[in-house]
Design a protein around this ligand. Structure first.
Ligand SMILES: Cc1cc2nc3c(=O)[nH]c(=O)nc-3n(C[C@H](O)[C@H](O)[C@H](O)COP(=O)(O)OP(=O)(O)OC[C@H]3O[C@@H](n4cnc5c(N)ncnc54)[C@H](O)[C@@H]3O)c2cc1C
Length: 267
């Protein structure tokens, strides 16, 4: 989706015939997306009020808590559905962009340096493929696995000033776990429990952790669960299994091992 946004900003690309193939017809609010920057990114949806924080906390049960400002930076928040709506709105201005709601099965090279995509129902020829379908990694990789709950309390018990990047859980020899909290207002917050694992535990484990946090941080405070999200982000820069190279195929996103910055990338 981000690629589509930037392609449509480019006068070199935005007149081309673009076909987006994805079985997902409707886009729900499936994720909360945050990033830090001095100014909101060009891609930040402009259809809703800007949400950001300038102060963050990190805490550990034995080593205490630090609170710092991000100085010139802010931690900006994007609601997934706002992002999708803004992109679809922009696409309506481009009759050369089409959607096909089908599952892609594979791609293959064709003579004269062109390529084709095989979907469940048809074969489509193209000059270029931007491939962003996540695939199984070559070997089990460490993942950042999390489940988040957006909750609204009956009373104003949340401090909306500072985002909690990491509130480390009590020591566990086998696992690193922490809570991440986005306080939207004095009564609403998104609380996530995150671990790093190759084989993540069942969802019930995360639910238990979230309940423990709510019970210990906001004892006896009634709340309503508004929304749940979950994710498993590969912590690897290894290219996934199908990354055969071809001059007309560009792998992007997780499929292009671009989720995490390489450690040796000069920043
Ligand atoms: C809940 C959640 C919160 C997150 N929060 C953050 C954050 O705060 N900051 C951050 O930097 N990152 C965050 N991430 C990670 C970030 O969203 C991903 O790294 C990013 O979306 C990866 O982009 P992608 O294009 O590779 O994959 P996706 O965005 O997952 O897109 C893959 C697309 O491929 C489609 N697809 C799958 N199979 C097929 C098929 N066979 N044929 C056709 N299409 C197919 C899917 O429908 C989907 O639309 C979060 C992720 C989640 C789930």
């Amino acid at each position: 989706m981000s690629f589509l946004f930037y392609a449509l900003q480019s006068t070199r690309l935005n007149h081309l015939n673009i076909l987006v193939i994805d079985p997902q017809k409707t886009r729900e609010n499936d994720r909360t997306w945050c990033y830090w920057a001095e100014e909101p990114l060009e891609i930040h949806p402009k259809n809703t009020p800007l949400i950001s924080w300038n102060t963050f906390k990190v805490s550990h049960p034995e080593h205490g808590q630090v609170t710092r400002t991000l100085q010139d930076f802010n931690y900006y928040h994007i609601k997934g559905s706002d992002f999708y709506d803004a992109i679809f709105e922009q696409v309506t201005q481009f009759p050369n962009v089409h959607f096909l709601y089908e599952k892609v099965e594979n791609w293959a090279p064709l003579p004269q340096n062109s390529v084709c995509v095989q979907t469940e129902n048809q074969r489509i020829e193209a000059r270029k493929i931007i491939w962003s379908i996540p695939e199984k990694p070559k070997q089990p990789t460490l993942k950042q696995v999390f489940v988040g709950w957006k909750v609204t309390f009956d009373r104003q018990v949340v401090n909306p000033e500072a985002v909690t990047f990491m509130a480390f859980d009590k020591q566990d020899a086998h696992m690193l776990g922490f809570y991440y909290v986005l306080p939207y207002s004095s009564d609403t917050a998104l609380i996530e429990y995150t671990i790093y694992a190759k084989t993540p535990p069942e969802k019930a484990f995360f639910h238990q952790k979230l309940k423990e946090y709510l019970d210990s941080t906001y004892p006896d405070e009634p709340y309503t669960l508004e929304f749940e999200e979950q994710g498993a982000i590969p912590m690897s820069t290894l290219a996934p299994a199908r990354s055969e190279s071809h001059p007309q195929v560009i792998y992007t996103g997780t499929a292009g091992a671009c989720t995490k910055l390489p450690l040796d990338l000069p920043l």
